[in-house]
Design a protein around this ligand. Structure first.
Ligand SMILES: *Cc1c(COP(=O)(O)O)cnc(C)c1O
Length: 397
């Protein structure tokens, strides 16, 4: 008999009743160090007092009004995002997937407005993840995500990850846009080099194609800059944001330049919940905290500490781990064994991690994690690794 919850997840036999900063407290009282943070969502930790205050204060006043009216909380958050980024304008969504949908629609509208409605091809990369809507799965195109859901939305072509020669060959003045994550999350914490990101920007400039960056996972201070593309000193035309921006409250956004958004006039797009006062009150508090240069400096300092300790962990367990990659507090441990085994061993040591593709274990702790918690996290990962059978020379050859 089908369970009362649609069984699309293989869930761990764990459930939590409370969260405190970097910790989740299970039924029965067990405390788990959370290096997954709801998959980069609880960026400021669980039950962050500033976010609880912002949420409850707004909850006592007004939760929802439709976008038929002015929403001052939404205006404040939009202004903050415009002030701190490349963007001239913002549309709020409830999730990353909805942000992907609008990014795709916006790119198509842009060309349609220019009288080039057949210029629809969006180039994406293998291993990408842009969400689970029919458009977003067509964009990423992985067999696992699209199987059985055809016919797919046309207009996407996946190129080998980070292959600049393939991009040069594929892009032309018929390309509508290039859509890419500066660091692939689900794909296994695979960063584009700064140089590659600059190459992509240059190829878009040469052909007129729009650059859409998906910063749903790597954005909002996760890498130690407000947005990951800042490291490469380039800016996109359109950017998708979600996960960390709500600190745990469902919130997403599409940021765009005035040029890219030119066709998006009244009536061309909408959302019932997008940009509601409750979500925006929380998002505003998140932005106020993460845009503080001192906060970003701390993320970078703690990221170096964690990375250095993880390099030590890799050296201690060469049959389990191959290396560390990523940036800031978006780190991946490339594994020689199945990362799911490490995730499971972590449950025994009360440390929570997230598996990803490309044999990678993801570490996405709250950005507020302390030095002591970082040391404790690596001790627990070490203990978890010690319970597992290292890969033999044969199986890794
Ligand atoms: C999680 C994620 C999405 C989808 O976001 P949802 O909020 O789950 O819809 C899109 N892109 C990237 C890079 C993500 O990590």
């Amino acid at each position: 008999m089908i369970p009362s919850i649609l069984p699309t997840y293989n869930r761990a036999p764990l459930s939590f009743v409370r969260g405190e900063g970097s910790w989740l407290i299970a039924e029965g009282g067990g405390r788990y160090l959370d290096l997954g943070a709801g998959i980069a969502v609880n960026a400021l930790g669980h039950a962050n007092p500033d976010l609880v205050a912002a949420l409850t204060e707004q909850a006592g006043k007004l939760w929802h009004v439709s976008n038929l009216y002015q929403i001052p909380e939404q205006q404040r958050l939009a202004d903050l995002l415009v002030t701190h980024t490349f963007a001239d304008t913002v549309f709020f969504t409830n999730s990353g997937t909805e942000a992907a949908e609008l990014a795709i629609k916006m790119a198509r509208k842009y060309w349609s407005e220019k009288g080039a409605g057949d210029r629809i091809e969006i180039l994406t990369f293998e291993g990408a993840f842009h969400g689970r809507s029919t458009g977003a799965i067509a964009a990423a195109g992985s067999e696992k995500m699209v199987k059985g859901y055809g016919p797919l939305m046309p207009g996407f072509r996946q190129l080998p990850w980070g292959d600049m020669a393939a991009l040069k060959a594929a892009i032309s003045d018929a390309t509508a846009a290039v859509m890419v994550e500066p660091i692939q999350g689900e794909g296994g914490i695979r960063p584009l080099s700064d140089e590659d990101l600059r190459t992509i920007r240059a190829l878009c400039d040469e052909t007129g194609a729009l650059l859409i960056l998906d910063e749903v996972q790597c954005g909002v201070a996760r890498t130690g800059r407000l947005f990951a593309h800042e490291w490469a000193d380039v800016t996109p035309d359109i950017m998708m944001v979600a996960k960390g921006i709500g600190g745990g409250f469902p919130l997403g956004a599409v940021l765009a330049t005035e040029m890219a958004a030119a066709g998006m006039v009244a009536g061309t797009h909408g959302s019932t919940y997008g940009g509601n006062p409750l979500a925006c009150a929380v998002g505003t508090k998140v932005m106020e905290i993460v845009t503080d240069p001192a906060f970003l400096a701390e993320v970078n300092r703690k990221a170096s500490l964690l990375r250095q300790k993880l390099e030590g962990l890799v050296a201690t367990h060469p049959g389990i781990f191959e290396g560390v990659r990523g940036q800031g507090l978006m780190l991946g441990l490339k594994c020689r064994i199945a990362p799911a085994d490490l995730v499971r061993a972590g449950y025994g040591e009360h440390v929570l991690t997230v598996p990803a593709a490309d044999d990678t274990l993801r570490l996405l702790p709250p950005l507020t994690i302390t030095d002591d918690e970082i040391a404790e996290a690596v001790r627990r990962l070490d203990a978890a690794a010690a319970t597992l059978q290292p890969a033999t020379a044969d199986s890794t050859a």
